[in-house]
Every structure is written in structure tokens, then in C-alpha cells.
Design a protein around this ligand. Structure first.
Ligand code: HEM
Length: 493
């Protein structure tokens, strides 16, 4: 030790400051009892591994390894923030049911940039409630039965009419055509054969690429192109709004009386900017997800001939009854009779996992199952990991629609507990279009199963989670019209 008192004093002060510094750091660290896990690299944490593409019918290597190592609730650093990841069915329900109380929606800022600050995906509180009510009203049961069902059938038949015997095409694009045309009609009364509808569809393709890309606003990036497409789409919608308002002022009634645009202009207090974001995001949410769902059903079914057979029998029976009654169009009662189809729809969504995880953050310190979830931390309920866990669903990799056929009153069959099924999310933000999506799938299945046999042209073209699910080659199939398929089967016999 030095004889200089000043130097000694400085040295001791330095040691004291260092001790206090480490004491506080340590206190801060041990204040919370966090789930196990590691935070990865500075800033990017484990984001790259978490987002690495993998087969959509699996949990992906990252999730599998992390669950094996840390259990179904673990900590990490994702999207530039400390995060708690949950593959636990109970915790996921808890998170979603406590939306607005303990947790809040927290999508990356880039999503708000592209879908708009008034998009329902990023809104919270009263504004979210108002926008949600408008959407629920637009997709209510009454409207599904009356406006949507008829249009859905027409649009399905329009798409199928181009499927000639033995032709090969991408189901993903055909399904997109169907869901886009339907939403464009219901939202803005756009007809599929109009040039402007085609233009809008093209902009949406580029827009979608940006939604799923890295948010780099640099020349040439998918994100920059998507922001450009966003502007073009908004200009298009605004033009439609102005035309509509002009017609309303002139007291002219059009064929558009029943579409969403008309409804918001007449009955809501939304500003122009809010209407634009609402329409842009409903058109986006309403066609991207359900077209993937239809493609997945077409992908899974040929792998399960027994399901294909039972499905065909169900729809043939419905068609027979309709013929007997002299009714051509599908009715709501027909839809209600599609019991096995509902099982196929659920199983497709469970195994395909279109939306794999949701973005939330804790808005209070939360204590759950012995762990602390600190206020401000990101919380990611991973739905796919629950759907693909053998303790929630027997042989989860197996496409088995019968697992949804329940005899007991509580909805449980085997270890299939329907409350673990969360393809549409849950709680106050449960998908506003869930019933619409299921109806679309059922109507499309009805017509394809009655009229075609199909085979997958490229068995390697599997659904991939990027994490948004897509078939890299568009899911090419070859169809045979059923009359032709039957004639061929007989000639073989
Ligand atoms: C199979 C197809 C679909 C799947 C798997 C799906 C899935 C989901 C999920 C998981 C959420 C919750 C997001 C969250 O909590 O952060 C959601 C929300 C939403 N979905 Fe869907 N969806 C589908 C089809 C549709 C359709 C056809 C529409 C029609 C426009 C739609 C409109 C919406 C809207 C507006 C929300 C926001 C609800 C809110 O924040 O209150 N979805 N969807």
C-alpha cells in the first residue's frame, strides 16, 4: 500500500465504487427469477436461429433444441429485445386471455410501418376495440350466411372452371386468386375480371414479400419495394373512396351498397387515414392466411386416402340431397352438415400452423409457474409448438382428422383437448375472420372434392415456415376431372 494518503484514499474509493457497482448489477440480476435460457449475441440475440426457415409441419430445430434444453418456457433475446418464449399450452392461453391487463400486443415496428399505424395488429385500447367491432360486424354470422356464402361459391367455381383435365398448375396461386377476389368483392365491390383488380393483386404480391422480409429500407430491398406498393394500394383505395363519396353525395345508389367501404363511409367516424389502413389490412389478412390454409388441405389430403374417401362421401351425400330438393346453391344448412370437413379443416390448421407465434409484451411484472416475467419484456406464445407436442396431440406429425371427432361432452377425444387448438389465437384478439376462413375452406373443398382427383407433381415441395408458411414452388398439382378419373379406373379393372 502506498504511503501517500491521497493515493490510498483514491484507491479505496475506487474499490468501494467497484464493489457497489457489482453489488447493484448482481441485485438487479437476481431480483427476478427468470426462466432458463440464454440471451445469445449482443442486440441480435438468438433471432437468426429463431427465424431460420424449417418444415412447417415441425417445430423447427431451434424450438426442439431449446425445449429439450430449457423446457417449454425459456428466456432469450429476440427481435432486439429480451424475451420469454412459451411453448406451454396453459401459459399461452394465460397470455392471450390477459391481453390488455398483463400483456399487450407488440409486433416489430416494421410491421406497423408496412401495415400502417391504424392496423388492428398494432392497435391497443379503445381504437383497437372500435376497429375490431367494425371487422366483426363485416364478418358476422348473418353476413357470412347471406353475402359471403353466395359470393364464395361463385368465386370458387370461377377459379375451378379453368382447371382442365390433366392440367398442371400452382394451387397456391389459384387459392390466392380465389381468396383475393372474394375479399376485393366484399370490401370494395371489385370484380375479378376488371383490369384494376388485377393491378391491385400484383401490388399485393410485392407488398406481401415486404411484410415477411427483413425491414431494411434501402434501395432494391423487398421492404423498400413493399413500402412503394403500400403507397400504390392506398392511392387505389383512396380513389375508390372518393368516387364512392361523390356518388353518395349525388344520391346515386350503386351495386356496392353491401360492401365494407360503403359501411365505413356511412356508419363510422373513422378518418380517411384510418379507413385506408383498415381496408388495406383486412384485404391482406383476409386473403394471405386462408389461401395458405386451402393449399395446405390440398397438400395433406392425397397423403391420407381414407380421409379423401370419407370427405368425398360426405359431399356426395350433400350434393344428392340438394339435387333431390332441386336446390343448386350451397346453403348454410349444407355447411352445417359438413361434419367431417370441419375435422379436416381443424387438422389442416393444427398441422400446417399458418400463424406460428404471436408477439406480446408484459405491461406489468407477471409471476407465472414460479417464474418472473419482467414488465417490458417481449413474450412470444408459440402456437405451433403446442400443436406439435405429443403430450397435447397423439402422434402430432400425423395428419389425422378423426382426432377431432368427439363423442364426449367436454370436447376431449383421446388427448385431443380442443382448448389447446389455437390456430386463430385467443382472448380479446381472437382472429376476427376465423369463421370466414373456415367457411372458405369448406366451400372450396366441397367443389374440388366433388369434381377432381389430384396428385402432387413435386413431392419435395413441402410447406416451409419462413416463419410465414409458403410452398416454395407454389404447390404444383395435376388434376383429373372425376368423370375422367372414373373412366380411367374402370379401364384398368
Ligand atoms: C386460416 C386462416 C387464418 C388464420 C390461421 C388466422 C390467424 C389469426 C391469428 C392467430 C390472429 C391473432 C393475432 C394476434 O393475436 O396477435 C388473427 C387476427 C386477425 N385476423 Fe386472422 N387468421 C385467418 C384468417 C383471417 C381472415 C380470412 C380474416 C379476414 C379479414 C382475418 C382477419 C383477422 C383480423 C382482423 C385479426 C385481428 C384481430 C384483432 O386484433 O382483434 N383472419 N388471425
Amino acid at each position: 500500500m502506498s504511503n501517500n494518503p491521497l493515493l490510498t484514499w483514491c484507491f479505496l474509493s475506487f474499490i468501494l465504487a467497484l464493489t457497489l457497482f457489482f453489488f447493484f448489477i448482481q441485485r438487479k440480476k437476481t431480483k427476478f427469477y427468470l426462466p432458463p435460457g440464454k440471451m445469445g449475441w449482443p442486440f441480435i440475440g438468438e433471432t437468426i436461429g429463431f427465424l431460420k426457415p424449417y418444415s412447417a409441419t415441425t417445430m423447427g430445430e431451434f424450438m426442439e433444441n431449446h425445449i429439450a434444453r430449457y423446457g417449454t418456457i425459456y428466456k432469450s433475446n429476440l427481435f432486439g429485445e429480451p424475451a420469454i418464449v412459451s411453448a406451454d399450452a396453459e401459459f399461452n392461453k394465460f397470455i392471450l386471455q390477459n391481453d390488455g391487463k398483463l400483456f399487450e400486443v407488440s409486433y416489430p415496428r416494421s410491421i406497423g410501418g408496412i401495415l400502417g399505424k391504424w392496423s388492428m395488429l398494432v392497435l391497443v385500447g379503445d381504437m383497437h376495440r372500435d376497429m375490431r367491432n367494425i371487422s366483426l360486424n363485416f364478418m358476422s354470422h348473418v353476413r357470412l350466411k347471406t353475402h359471403f356464402l353466395k359470393d364464395m361459391e361463385n368465386h370458387t367455381l370461377l377459379v375451378l372452371s379453368s382447371w382442365k383435365n390433366n392440367c398442371t398448375f400452382s394451387v397456391q396461386s389459384e387459392a390466392k386468386k380465389f381468396t383475393f377476389n372474394l375479399m376485393a368483392k366484399q370490401i370494395m365491390s371489385l370484380d375479378p375480371w376488371n383490369l384494376e383488380t388485377e393491378e391491385l393483386k400484383k401490388e399485393y404480391v410485392s407488398f406481401m414479400k415486404g411484410v415477411v422480409s427483413a425491414p431494411l429500407n434501402l434501395p432494391g430491398t423487398a421492404y423498400r419495394k413493399a413500402l412503394k406498393s403500400r403507397n400504390s394500394i392506398l392511392k387505389f383505395i383512396e380513389r375508390k373512396m372518393e368516387e364512392r363519396m361523390k356518388r353518395m353525395q349525388e344520391g346515386k345508389k350503386g351495386l356496392e351498397e353491401n360492401d365494407l367501404l360503403n359501411w365505413v363511409l356511412k356508419h363510422s367516424n373513422l378518418s380517411t387515414e384510418q379507413i385506408l389502413d383498415l381496408i388495406l389490412s383486412l384485404l391482406f389478412a383476409g386473403h394471405e392466411t386462408s389461401s395458405v390454409a386451402i393449399s395446405l388441405a390440398i397438400y395433406f389430403l392425397p397423403g391420407c386416402p381414407q380421409a379423401m374417401q370419407q370427405l368425398r362421401e360426405e359431399h356426395r351425400e350433400i350434393a344428392r340431397c340438394k339435387k333431390k330438393a332441386g336446390v343448386v346453391e350451397l346453403t348454410w344448412d349444407d355447411y352445417k352438415k359438413m361434419e367431417f370437413t370441419h375435422c379436416v379443416v381443424n387438422e389442416t390448421l393444427r398441422l400446417g400452423n399458418i400463424v406460428r407465434f404471436l408477439h406480446r409484451k408484459a405491461i406489468k411484472d407477471v409471476w407465472y409457474k414460479g417464474y418472473d416475467i419482467p414488465c417490458g419484456w417481449k413474450v412470444l406464445p408459440v402456437i405451433s409448438a403446442v400443436h406439435l407436442n405429443p403430450s397435447n396431440f397423439d402422434q402430432p406429425q400425423h395428419f389425422n382428422p378423426w382426432r377431432w371427432q368427439c363423442n364426449s361432452k367436454n370436447g376431449n377425444c383421446g388427448n385431443t383437448n380442443s382448448s389447446n387448438f389455437m390456430s386463430f389465437g385467443g382472448g380479446p384478439r381472437l382472429c376476427a375472420g376465423s369463421e370466414l376462413a373456415k367457411l372458405e375452406m369448406a366451400v372450396f373443398i366441397h367443389h374440388i372434392i366433388l369434381n377432381y382427383n389430384w396428385e402432387l407433381v413435386d413431392v419435395v415441395d413441402q410447406p416451409i415456415a419462413y416463419p410465414f408458411v409458403e410452398f416454395p414452388k407454389g404447390l404444383q398439382i395435376r388434376v383429373q376431372t372425376l368423370a375422367q378419373a372414373q373412366a380411367q379406373a374402370q379401364s384398368v379393372i
